[in-house]
Design a protein around this ligand. Structure first.
Ligand code: PRT
Length: 113
């Protein structure tokens, strides 16, 4: 597979996560998560979210910032595994963010009531 760039890495990863539904658990980490099932995937999302919080609390200097970026990447990745396992994709999340783009959270909240 060609190296995915910043702009297309999410859609390239969506495609790989889809393909891993037909892969063997011993050759693919993603397939091993699918095999373990939803609860294990949810545990990983929870663990990675906790690791983001811990890294953000101790985010001094370049090393700390690199650690935080790595933990957020782990969280995004495991969230994408969850979406794929549920038959969803990052493209659908991006569509929601695109729809929301430019709409202040305060204005959106006020419009709800
Ligand atoms: N982006 C990632 C990615 N980010 C993190 N990880 C893996 O996520 C795992 C969990 O990280 P942890 O820090 O919790 O480490 P751990 O304690 O060893 O994990 P556990 O034993 O608790 O599950 C590690 O094994 C990382 O290697 C990833 N594994 C795969 N990908 C992408 O998914 C693609 C498919 O991967 P495979 O299915 O393994 O081919 C790869 O080509 C990559 O593009």
């Amino acid at each position: 597979m060609d190296k995915a760039t910043n702009n297309d890495v999410l859609s390239a990863l969506d495609k790989v996560l889809q393909e891993r539904k037909n892969a063997a658990a011993d050759s693919s980490y993603v397939a091993s998560l699918y095999e373990k099932g939803l609860n294990r995937i949810l545990e990983k999302v929870g663990e990675e979210a906790s690791e983001v919080i811990i890294a953000a609390k101790d985010c001094e200097g370049e090393k700390g910032q690199d650690a935080l970026l790595g933990e957020v990447a782990d969280l995004w990745f495991h969230s994408m595994v969850l979406l794929a396992q549920q038959g969803l994709s990052s493209a659908q999340v991006l569509a929601i963010l695109e729809e929301r783009f430019g709409l202040s959270g305060h204005i959106e909240k006020a419009a709800r009531s």
